[in-house]
Write a protein that binds this ligand. Structure first.
Ligand code: EPU
Length: 424
């Protein structure tokens, strides 16, 4: 298992190019199962989850051709279409479940393993009940059989329906949107997630002739079409990676030009960073951010669905608040186990108290290097940033979590002044 050995503290200065969004690219790739014609997708991030999704598509019979250092792919349907998505491919990645609906919608059958992914919800795991019950309403029938496989089918095409998600879910919204576009009639989805990654998926599908539109703030209407046409689509930049580098600059008295990303998509985060003292200018797809000498606390940070503060950046902001002047808190409203890295940050000197879904962070911490272990994707990025600002050597183990979702984070940080070595 690879580790990062980080020597700190470092002041970060220079340019960072943001990669394509993992959480946007994954549903876009899954939805290519709906096509008969070839699809070209550009700006794919070079991260492990994308490799896993491409391997999954390959195992289902899609032909994958790579261009431009694997950042561009052409995906073509072949005559060897399969309907079985195995545990070995889904166990590490939650987004693998997104092939279920497209397979049933297009071919009326599929057998898909229960997915894995970051453990963010304590004992309840990462449920898919919202996905399954909504697909059922469109006419999918399913049984869960031996080995945790979902055997699903439909009698003919799925049928358009009006339905409301009980909880706002990014994945279930994406899954239902993509599964409805070839169905008979009109589907109206209420309480849909409005995260930019949902919007990017809709833009991709509409670019191929789907008929999807917003008819209310959280209401999406999909009129079924018979088929999709060829398309060439560029995935949006990764807002969580952009947010991570903005925090890195704020934390380490940095001066970064962050490029390749639409700053308006992280307005909430940038406004918060301004409150901590960062100086921020945005022009088109560039963020110029300078970290303050002294970081001001954020009294109370609360995670929420978009356009609220994103749960994926909570661990990263926690590192910043450890160094802020005075006491701050973070309340997590999306996942139960978002604070698993707090204990590891304490090894570096942080003072954090967790009570249920609230973390109270004491601030004024001078991190001192230590050995730490990452527990999930965003936790690993948080530990890396803490290591970059810590005095001495920090060793972060289990960085396979990080490799799932951040493209070459160590290379990007080293280019702007950090000292991170990957140990195999
Ligand atoms: N939920 C259910 N049942 C379901 C689906 C979700 O109870 O069937 C619950 C979840 O347990 C959670 C809440 O609903 O408490 C919201 O979860 P959501 O479905 O929105 O999350 P997701 O689609 O599984 C995506 C991202 C996550 C990100 C969340 C929230 C992908 C591949 N993953 O997950 O990203 O945290 O939305 O914004 O898009 C990450 O990239 O590190 C990551 C975890």
């Amino acid at each position: 298992m690879d580790k990062f050995v980080i020597k700190g503290p470092s002041i970060l200065k220079g340019q960072v190019l943001i990669s394509g969004s993992k959480n946007s690219a994954l549903p876009i790739l899954a939805s290519t199962l709906l096509f008969d014609k070839p699809v070209v997708i550009q700006n794919l991030p070079r991260v492990r989850d994308i490799d896993t999704m491409l391997n999954l598509l390959k195992s289902l019979g899609s032909k994958i051709e790579f261009f431009n250092n694997k950042k561009k792919v052409r995906i073509t349907k072949t005559k060897k279409q399969k309907y079985f998505a195995s545990y070995s491919l889904l166990k590490t990645m939650r987004a693998g479940i997104l092939v279920l609906g497209p397979l049933v919608s297009k071919y009326q059958k599929s057998i898909v393993s229960f997915p894995g992914g970051c453990v963010l919800n304590g004992n309840s795991g990462r449920p898919i009940n919202l996905h399954l019950s909504a697909l059922q309403k469109l006419g999918m029938k399913y049984k869960i059989k031996k080995g945790g496989y979902i055997y699903a089918k439909s009698n003919g095409k799925l049928k358009g329906k009006t339905l409301k998600f009980q909880t706002i879910s990014v994945g279930a919204s994406q899954h239902l949107i993509m599964s409805s576009i070839l169905s008979n009639g009109k589907t109206t989805l209420h309480n849909v997630a409005t995260e930019p990654e949902v919007v990017d998926l809709i833009n991709f599908l509409n670019s191929a002739g789907a008929n999807i539109k917003w008819v209310g703030k959280r209401i999406c209407q999909i009129i079924g079409v018979n088929s999709l046409k060829e398309t060439n689509y560029t995935v949006m930049g990764d807002r969580i990676e952009a947010g991570t580098f903005c925090v890195a600059a704020t934390l380490n008295k940095g001066n970064l030009l962050i490029k390749g990303f639409d700053p308006s998509l992280i307005k909430t985060e940038l406004d918060l960073l301004k409150k901590t003292g960062a100086k921020i200018k945005t022009v088109e797809d560039t963020i110029h951010i300078k970290g303050p000498q002294k970081i001001t606390k954020i009294k109370h940070l609360v995670t929420k669905e978009y356009s609220g503060f994103p749960t994926d950046l909570a661990p990263i902001f926690m590192v910043l608040l450890c160094k802020a002047s005075g006491r701050s808190s973070i309340t997590e409203n999306i996942f139960q186990s978002r604070f698993m890295h707090a204990m590891e940050l304490q090894r570096l000197g942080a003072k954090i108290l967790i009570k249920k879904n609230k973390a109270v962070i004491e601030g004024n911490t001078n991190f001192i290097g230590a050995e730490v272990m990452s527990s999930d994707l965003r936790a690993s990025a948080a530990l890396i940033l803490a290591g970059v600002s810590a005095k001495g050597t920090t060793v972060v183990s289990r960085i396979y979590h990080c490799d799932r979702g951040y493209e070459s984070i160590e290379k990007k940080l080293n280019k702007v002044g950090a000292s991170i070595r990957r140990l195999n």
